[in-house]
Write a protein that binds this ligand. Structure first.
Ligand code: TRP
Length: 337
């Protein structure tokens, strides 16, 4: 048998919290491209519900959002047979490995995490130990599957760094336990900025709901938000991120949704007002979202199907996770039956 046939594909692991919604920025910058990866990589897409518990959740909402995120992944083009789309709490090895990693992670390292500092400032009444040790659970997510690449935004780079540090630390103590993962930054994807303040990234946690387009926004909401998008008073449609960040952001979105180049769009709209740019951008977003939303609404009614996907994929994930966990327990000296 040739090497190629035997060679294992590299592993990609991605985790998203079932809180908030998926934004246009997440879709264009990440999820849209994920469907193309399953040829070259073994991909796991995990709904990280245990991480969500680090801030207070309404139980019924958490349940609903877990199913919604699963449906959105599938509706966005990820095939649940070619990819492992599953829920973190269905694979007990995540919490088990997290405990072990906690014992190899220093208080000082955790205290330096900017997400911990930010979230403790936001939730002063609930600075819990889970929030503090969040990175150890995230490291467990990644290391359990011998992950090579982790697609993340800039805000999560520090968590990948600490994951690497923990992996290297344990590898040097016990021999090769873990693959040391790298962040995966998809090439040349557009950065989508807030519609209200185009100097900031579009974020699902933005308090201003007009700043963010989410994948399940209705067409009339998209039109309204676009009409309110901040531009400038210069009234010429040009791409210039420094001088004209709002207009440039709209051009980036329109280009990403229509498939036309920014240059071609600028030429087409020469001499026209911002109203035209905004309307065209809204329509292009709505056309991009329409098939995804239709599929989402079909899937979300089929709870049995979604539950089946989660059950089956939890089994596939468990088989992989159990292998790593067993090796870790054994190497660390936990008595084996
Ligand atoms: N911390 C990530 C976020 O807030 C979510 C996450 C949890 C994650 N586990 C992960 C991302 C593992 C990548 C890999 O966005």
């Amino acid at each position: 048998m040739s090497q190629d046939v035997q060679a294992k594909k590299p592993v990609i692991f991605s985790g998203v919290q079932p809180s908030g919604r998926i934004t246009l920025g997440n879709y264009i910058g990440a999820i849209r491209n994920f469907a193309l990866l399953d040829q070259e990589y073994d991909c796991l897409y995990c709904v990280v519900d245990l991480h969500a518990l680090t801030v207070r959740q309404v139980p019924a909402e958490l349940r609903r959002q877990t199913l919604e995120l699963t449906a959105l992944y599938i509706a966005s083009g990820l095939d649940p047979q070619r990819n492992i789309i599953y829920c973190q709490s269905h694979v007990p090895q995540h919490a088990e490995l997290a405990w072990i990693l906690n014992c190899f992670t220093y208080m000082g390292e955790l205290g330096r995490m900017t997400q911990f500092k930010d979230k403790s400032a936001q939730h002063k009444d609930n600075i819990n130990a889970g929030l503090f040790t969040y990175p150890a659970l995230m490291a467990a997510d990644i290391l359990l599957y011998q992950t090579n690449l982790v697609p993340v935004g800039a805000d999560q780079k520090q968590h990948i760094e600490i994951t690497r540090d923990i992996a290297q630390r344990m590898n040097s103590l016990y021999g090769d336990l873990f693959v040391v993962p790298e962040p995966y930054i998809p090439k040349a994807t557009a950065r989508i900025m807030s519609l209200s303040d185009p100097s900031k990234k579009m974020s699902k946690s933005d308090e201003d709901e007009n700043a963010t387009i989410t994948l399940l926004d209705k067409p009339e909401d998209v039109r309204r938000k676009l009409r309110r998008a901040v531009t400038d008073s210069d009234a010429s449609i040009r791409f210039d991120e420094e001088q004209k960040p709002g207009v440039s952001n709209l051009l980036t979105i329109l280009s990403a949704c229509s498939g036309k180049s920014v240059d071609a769009l600028v030429q087409e709209m020469e001499g026209q007002g911002y109203g035209v740019l905004k309307d065209r951008t809204a329509e292009a977003i709505n056309e991009t979202f329409a098939p995804i939303q239709a599929e989402f609404h079909r899937l979300i009614k089929d709870k049995e199907y979604l539950t089946g996907v989660l059950r089956e994929n939890a089994g596939r994930a468990q088989a992989l996770a159990a292998r790593t966990l067993r090796k870790v327990y054994k190497k660390l000296g936990l008595y084996q039956l």
